[in-house]
Design a protein around this ligand. Structure first.
Ligand SMILES: NC(=O)c1ccc[n+]([C@@H]2O[C@H](COP(=O)([O-])OP(=O)(O)OC[C@H]3O[C@@H](n4cnc5c(N)ncnc54)[C@H](O)[C@@H]3O)[C@@H](O)[C@H]2O)c1
Length: 344
């Protein structure tokens, strides 16, 4: 039997696809965590990931939940598998990082939050976007009052899908729980809740424009309104042929614009505009964040700190539920053709 390092957070990754491989890497690189088990219902990703980091592997997630040597589990499966695995893991007091979204729908998210409240484990939703430097810096500037009172938010996020998309789990309602509004839209919903709070009213139109994935949507257009008067617009798209991430906050004294996430989304930048009260062009400054995407590393670091020192972290159960409430209200609005209140 392998000798287990008692000093490090002994971690299992469940679901070793695209994101599981990324999470496995961060778990291995961190000085205070160690990847000891890789699980995937499909043998080859489980084995390949395990071999890369000298971990054990299995095709059954229950092994991770039942193994007393495992301190933390990272769930990176299709959305539909999250609920059962997370509930079982919470019942055993494991620390959990669950990739967004927090299950398939609001009911699952709320049930997971209740289970997390009753568990000794830390429960975190993986919202890696918060850890992108332009985004966390914008939040810091907003909180510092850099652009004054918020007036509105405009968010656009999308990529162009790919041929055969309809055959992937993301486009199977039973496995995904929703289309693009849930997939990338839940990041936008989380950022909206983080920057401006949960809105009071939601209205949306959905579109299945190009990909043969109906009843799921490849585009979602939403409007959200706050009692304070703030209005937000969101557009998430799988027909955004040139990948795009844009999140803009407009305040009475200026604006914060986040553009790009690196890689195919373009260089990540934060543009701060300060209103010229005499009229005319604002004064502008721009910060450019080059280099590889470190959001996954920073997020993992915060999770390990939260477990070891009980320090605050982003992506709490309440954050996961807040994002799902927004997504849920937008779906309900599109279905019923009405403005939907977000009850507290
Ligand atoms: N934060 C982000 O920006 C981001 C980006 C992409 C995906 N995600 C999220 O990450 C999760 C995984 O997405 P992905 O793109 O890596 O998908 P993927 O298809 O690449 O990988 C999913 C893996 O899970 C395995 N799997 C399926 N059911 C399982 C089960 N019951 N137990 C164990 N393994 C199982 C599959 O065999 C597959 O290898 C999803 O929740 C998705 O929403 C987050």
């Amino acid at each position: 039997m392998a000798v287990i390092d008692q000093e490090r957070l002994r971690t299992a990754v469940v679901g070793c696809g695209l994101i599981g491989a990324r999470r496995a890497e961060e778990t291995s690189l961190h000085s205070r965590s160690r990847l000891i088990l890789c699980i995937d219902t499909s043998q080859s990703p489980a084995r390949q990931t395990a071999e890369r980091y000298g971990a054990a592997w299995s095709t059954d997630w229950r092994i991770a939940v039942d193994d007393e040597r495992i301190d933390a589990i990272v769930i990176c499966t299709p959305n539909a598998a999250v609920y059962d695995i997370a509930l079982a893991a919470l019942a055993r007091g494991k620390h959990l990082l669950v990739e967004k979204p927090m299950g398939c729908n609001l009911a699952q998210a709320e049930a997971l939050a209740a289970a997390a409240a009753a568990s000794t484990g830390i429960f975190k939703v993986g919202f890696n976007h918060r850890y992108h430097p332009a985004i966390s810096k914008a939040k810091e500037l907003l909180d510092r009052g850099e652009v004054g009172r918020t007036i509105s938010v405009r968010a656009r996020y999308g990529h162009g899908g790919r041929p055969g998309y309809e055959k992937e789990w993301r486009c199977d309602p039973a496995l995904s729980g929703g289309g693009e509004l849930l997939d990338q839209g839940v990041h936008v919903a989380d950022l909206l809740a983080w920057f401006a709070g949960v809105p009071d009213e939601a209205f949306a139109f959905l579109q299945s424009a190009v990909w043969p994935i109906a009843p799921l949507e490849d585009n979602a257009f939403g409007l959200l309104r706050y009692r304070s008067g703030v209005i937000a617009s969101v557009h998430t798209s799988w027909t955004q042929w040139k990948n795009l991430f844009s999140f803009e906050i407009f305040g009475e004294a200026g604006s914060l614009s986040i553009d790009g996430l690196g890689g195919s989304y373009g260089t990540e930048r934060l543009i701060v505009a300060t209103r010229n009260r005499a009229g005319g062009a604002p004064s502008m400054r721009e910060e450019v964040f080059e280099g590889p995407d470190r959001s996954w590393a920073v997020e993992w670091h915060q999770f390990v700190d939260a477990i070891e020192q009980r320090t605050p972290y982003w992506g709490t159960p309440a954050d996961g539920v807040a994002a799902m409430r927004i997504v849920n209200a937008l779906y309900a609005s599109a279905r019923d053709g009405v403005v939907v209140p977000l009850s507290q």
